[in-house]
Design a binder for this molecule. Structure first.
Ligand code: NAD
Ligand code: DAU
Length: 366
C-alpha cells in the first residue's frame, strides 16, 4: 500500500451517491435492501446487466423506494461506465457484479475473464478518473471470495488475510486477478479501496444452480441430488444477511487499503450438509425420515475441486466488531421455509420467465 493511502485511514464519512453493482443477484439484493432501508439519506444506484443470475423480482419490495434507482448496464462497457460516473458523481462503489458459478467457469472461462477481470478494471478506471481531483472520503469496495486462497487440507488450518493466493478454477483465478488489480489501483494511483473475501453464502434468493437451493428444489420435486465425488469437500457456510451486515460495517469503518476475511466458522462436508437438509425437508414436507436422503446420487467430481475452505475472520471480529448472528441449523430452517413459501420465485427462475416479465416492467417504467 502507498504511504499516502496508509495515512489516509480515516473513517469513511456518510456520503450521498452509492453505486452497488450486481445488486439484482443473490448477495447484492440483500445488501441493497439493507442500505436502502437503513440509510434513507443515501441515494443507492443498483447497476446490473441482468444476466441469467440477475432478477429484479428479488427487489420488488424496494423498487419504488425514493432513495433507490435501478440502472441496467454492463460493467464491461467502456463508454457507458465513465459516463455513469460523470453523471452521478458517486461517492462510493460497492462492487459485487460478477460471474459467480464455478461450474460455469469451467465450461466458459472467457465470460469470467471479461466480467470479473475486465469489468472490475473498467470500474476501477472510471472511479480513478472521476475521483482524481479529490479522493478524500471516496471508497471503492471490492467484494471477493475465499476461493482466491485455494484449498486447505483436513488439518484444522484457516485462510487468513495473509494466506498466499492460489486459485484453482477459472472463477477463482478471475476473482484473484480482480483483487490484484484493486490493490494495484491503490498502490499506483492512491485509489481508496477495501476488499473483503467471504466464504460460501446461503439464504433466500440464491440461484438454484448452487448446492443448497439446487438440493432443496430437487428434494421437493423428488429429483436426484447430485453430489460431486464422495461429498467429502468442506465449505464454511455463512447466512447471506450476515455477509451483507459485514459489508455494511467494512464499507463504513474498514481501513483504506485493507482486506477483511468474512466467514461463518461453520464447516460442513457436502454430504453432512445434504443429510441435514434432507432431515429438515422430510420434516417440513411430512415425509418419513430417511425418505429424501434416498435421492442422494454421487456423480463425477468437479474438475479442480477444492477440498476444504475455512475462514479466519478474527480481524473483522476484533477490529470492527462483526460476528455472525445466526446459527447454521436455524439459518437452514429459515432458508428451507423461504423456498417452500416462494415456489413461484423458484418456478420463474427455473423457467427463465422472470427475465422477460421484469425487463418488460422495467422498460414500462422508463
Ligand atoms: P450472483 O451470480 O447471484 O449475482 C451476480 C449479479 O451480477 C447478477 O445480478 C448479474 O446480473 C450481475 N452481473 C453479472 N455480470 C454483469 C455485468 N457484466 N455487468 C453488470 N452486472 C453483471 O452472485 P452472488 O452469489 O450474489 O455473488 C456476488 C459477489 O459476491 C460476486 O462478486 C461473488 O464473487 C462474491 N461472492 C459470492 C459468494 C457466494 O457464496 N455466493 C461468496 C463470496 C463472494
Ligand atoms: O466460497 C465462496 C464461493 O462459494 C463463492 O465465491 C462462489 O461464487 C459460490 O458459488 C460458492 O462456490 P462453491 O463452488 O463452493 O459453491 P457451490 O454451491 O457451487 O458448491 C458447493 C459445494 O458443493 C462444492 O464443494 C461443490 C459441491 N456441489 C455443488 C453442486 C452445484 C455438489 O456436490 N453438487 C452440486 O450439484
Amino acid at each position: 500500500m502507498s504511504n499516502t493511502t496508509r495515512s489516509n485511514n480515516k473513517q469513511f464519512k456518510m456520503k450521498k451517491n452509492i453505486l452497488i453493482t450486481g445488486a439484482a443477484g443473490f448477495i447484492g439484493s440483500h445488501l441493497v435492501r439493507l442500505f436502502v432501508n437503513k440509510y434513507p439519506e443515501y441515494q443507492i444506484f443498483n447497476l446490473d446487466t441482468l444476466t441469467y443470475a440477475g432478477n429484479l423480482e428479488n427487489l420488488k419490495d424496494i423498487t419504488d423506494a425514493p432513495n433507490y434507482t435501478f440502472i441496467k448496464g454492463d460493467i464491461t462497457d467502456e463508454v457507458f461506465i465513465p459516463e455513469l460516473f460523470a453523471k452521478y458523481n458517486f461517492d462510493g462503489v460497492i462492487h459485487l457484479a460478477a460471474e459467480s458459478h464455478v461450474d460455469r467457469s469451467i465450461t466458459d472461462p472467457f465470460s469470467f475473464i471479461r466480467t470479473n477481470v475486465f469489468g472490475t478494471c473498467n470500474l476501477l478506471n472510471a472511479a480513478k478518473n472521476a475521483w482524481k481531483e479529490n479522493m478524500e472520503g471516496k471508497r471503492f469496495y471490492h467484494v471477493s471470495t475465499d476461493e482466491v486462497y485455494g484449498a486447505l487440507e483436513f488439518d484444522g488450518s484457516f485462510f487468513t488475510e495473509s494466506t498466499k493466493y492460489d486459485p484453482h478454477s477459472p472463477y477463482s483465478a478471475s476473482k484473484a486477478s480482480s483483487d490484484h488489480f484493486v490493490r494495484a489501483y491503490n498502490d499506483t494511483y492512491g485509489l481508496p479501496v477495501v476488499i473483503s473475501n467471504c466464504s460460501n453464502n446461503y439464504g433466500a434468493n440464491h440461484f438454484p444452480e448452487k448446492l443448497i437451493p439446487l438440493s432443496i428444489n430437487n428434494i421437493k420435486h423428488n429429483k436426484p441430488i447430485p453430489i460431486y465425488g464422495k461429498g467429502e469437500n468442506v465449505r464454511d457456510w455463512l447466512w447471506v444477511n450476515d455477509h451483507a451486515r459485514a459489508i455494511d460495517i467494512i464499507f463504513h469503518n474498514g481501513k483504506n487499503g485493507q482486506t477483511y476475511n468474512i466467514g461463518g466458522n461453520n464447516e460442513w462436508s457436502n454430504i453432512e450438509l445434504i443429510h441435514k437438509l434432507c432431515e429438515i425437508m422430510d420434516r417440513k414436507l411430512g415425509r418419513e425420515q430417511g425418505e429424501s436422503a434416498k435421492l442422494i446420487t454421487f456423480v463425477k467430481d468437479r474438475a479442480g475441486h477444492d477440498l476444504r475452505y475455512a475462514i479466519d475472520s478474527s480481524k473483522l471480529q476484533n477490529e470492527l466488531g462483526w460476528k455472525p448472528s445466526l446459527q447454521f441449523e436455524e439459518g437452514l430452517e429459515k432458508t428451507v421455509d423461504w423456498y417452500l413459501e416462494n415456489q413461484e420465485w423458484l418456478d420463474n427462475v427455473t423457467s427463465g420467465q422472470y427475465q422477460n416479465y421484469y425487463e418488460k416492467q422495467y422498460k414500462e417504467r422508463q
